[in-house]
Design a protein around this ligand. Sequence first.
Ligand code: FES
Length: 242
Amino acid sequence: MSESVVFKIDGVEVTGEAGQTIMQAADEAGIYIPRLCDVEGLEPQGSCRVCTVKVNGRTAAACTQPIESGAEVENETPEICNWRSSIVRMLFHEGNHICPVCEASGRCELQAMGYRLGIAYPTQYPYLQPVRPVDASHPDILLDTNRCIRCGRCIQASKNIDGKSVFGYVGRGINKRVSVNGKNLAATDAHLDDKAIDLDTCPVGCIIRKRLGYSTPIGQRQFDLNPIGTNIEKPESKQEES
Ligand code: FES
């Protein structure tokens, strides 16, 4: 049996198991820590930093940081919520996230995170408006890297679960984005059954299944019905402060 580890998140006592990450223990305790690159079924990557928390006053990525006995974790303080808002705002400004005409609207984790963090208007950052070619070569799958947020989920899923390595990164710094390992998508062995193409893998509208767009009416889409995080958080977790 694993050793129990007791620590606190925003003053709430949480008991996890040795070896768990802060995010895993928080999820089990019904406390939501916002995230964009982490998703069930894939290894935590620590790349988006939306899950940043403070552990005993020092910043850490909750998806990769192991729990420690007696640690005081800050999750939803105004300071941390501001950091998360800044990261999410920069993602909106860096790519072409035109939600009203995006096929992923309503099931897009970036959009849903924007709503959760109260992002409702542009800020000081310029819109970079990248103009990258859209790969529509595959009969069933479309790739629009203008919407890529570099979460790496498709790359990991293709490599570690599908055993294919359809996707990889190209470019550096602000120009870094996901790309296809090959001439184009049609020249790969990408298939609709791949985990990398699963609707839950790409958090935005970068990898799209053709002929599926706009199939769910507004009001009935994934995050219309259940705003992001509500599948994890239990309201009582905030009230049982010890
Ligand atoms: S969810 Fe932890 S860094 Fe992205």
